[in-house]
Every structure is written in structure tokens, then in C-alpha cells.
Design a protein around this ligand. Structure first.
Ligand SMILES: [Fe+2]
Length: 198
């Protein structure tokens, strides 16, 4: 297996070891089964790879491992054909690290990296899987319906209950986040208010 994937797995495990909220959410598979993935590039991946403002002190090694593995990744197109704007599709980036379709196999969790550049609005969406976000680099405003928004920075986490609408806004900074799912892993997210997308 490509050393860039091996390094990313090492850094992912190291991050779990340091962040109790991640450990409480789920354990990582041990041992982990390596699976081939066919690389699939999207334009937004280049924004993440070349973003000079993904600042992170505490999680710089994890950030770098996520960027270094990016050319090998099967970048997802979760929202293609859903009514998402071209601007959204061109600037929102996500690939799976551990899970059903990932280089490291798991059937009970999915682990992703999600990136959005500065000045980006990820509209209200929901999914049956329970979810935790941990900011790796940069910062973003996390919105959970019915709660006050929170600005999260590297090491901060946000939990999203099953089917609870949530949204993400970046202003002056981009954000790179590590995202875990448990529960229903096969139902994709949908926009909560699709009528508001245009
Ligand atoms: Fe989500």
C-alpha cells in the first residue's frame, strides 16, 4: 500500500488517541483491512491541497497526511445532481479514509475528511447517521438546528444527532475537518430546505 495511506492511518489513530470525544464516539477498526480504491479527482480537491491558510498547530501532522494522500483519494460527489449550486460543487471537498468504500475497510463506521474554503456556506442538511466533526485546521461556524452556533478551531468537536439539521459557515478562514459516522452508514445526506438552495 502507498506509504501516504499508511501515514494517514497512523496520524488518524494518533488523533483518536489524543481526542477523548473521538474515542467516545467510536473505536477505529483493529486490525484494519486495506482495500484498493480508484482515485477520483474533483476540482475542489485542488483548493484543499493548495490552500495556504489551513492553519493548525496541534494537528499539523494529521493535516499534512490528509493533504499528502489527497492525490490517491476517491473524492466524493455526494451532492452532485441534488440541486446544489455549481459553486457549491466546485468548492466543497470530501474523501473517505475508513469505511465501506475507503482505503481502510470498516462496516460499522465511516471516517472522512471534509474541506471548505473561506467564505463558504454549507446549507442545512441531515442524515440518519450520527456524526462527530473535529476541526483539524482553520476554523468554521457550526450550526445545529435549535442550538446557538459555535466557532470551532483545531481540536474542537461538534456532535450531530441522527437526522438533526446542521450547517457550516466559513468566513475569513477555510476549514478542514475530520468527520466520523456511526449508525445508518448507507443513507446519504440530503439538504433540509432544498427550496432555499437557489
Ligand atoms: Fe453531517
Amino acid at each position: 500500500m502507498d506509504l501516504r495511506w499508511e501515514t494517514l492511518l497512523t496520524e488518524t489513530r494518533a488523533t483518536h488517541a489524543r481526542v477523548p470525544a473521538l474515542q467516545e464516539f467510536c473505536a477505529l477498526p483493529e486490525p484494519v483491512v486495506e482495500q484498493p480504491v480508484t482515485p477520483h479527482h474533483i476540482p475542489a480537491a485542488d483548493l484543499m491541497i493548495h490552500d495556504p491558510n489551513l492553519h493548525s498547530n496541534a494537528f499539523a501532522d494529521f493535516r499534512d497526511a490528509l493533504i499528502n494522500a489527497a492525490p490517491l483519494a476517491q473524492w466524493r460527489e455526494t451532492y452532485k445532481g441534488t440541486g446544489a449550486s455549481a459553486d457549491f460543487l466546485n468548492r466543497f471537498a470530501c474523501y473517505e479514509i475508513i469505511g465501506i468504500d475507503a482505503p481502510f475497510g470498516a462496516t460499522d463506521i465511516r471516517a472522512f475528511v471534509v474541506y471548505q474554503p473561506a467564505g463558504f456556506h454549507y446549507p442545512w442538511h441531515h442524515h440518519p447517521a450520527e456524526e462527530i466533526y473535529m476541526v483539524v485546521a482553520g476554523e468554521a461556524e457550526f450550526h445545529l438546528e435549535g442550538e446557538n452556533p459555535q466557532t470551532l478551531r483545531p481540536g474542537d468537536t461538534a456532535f450531530h444527532p441522527s437526522n438533526a439539521p446542521h450547517a457550516l459557515i466559513t468566513r475569513d478562514h477555510p476549514v478542514m475537518a475530520y468527520v466520523l459516522w456511526r449508525g445508518d452508514l448507507n443513507t446519504k445526506p440530503v439538504f433540509t430546505y432544498p427550496e432555499d438552495l437557489s
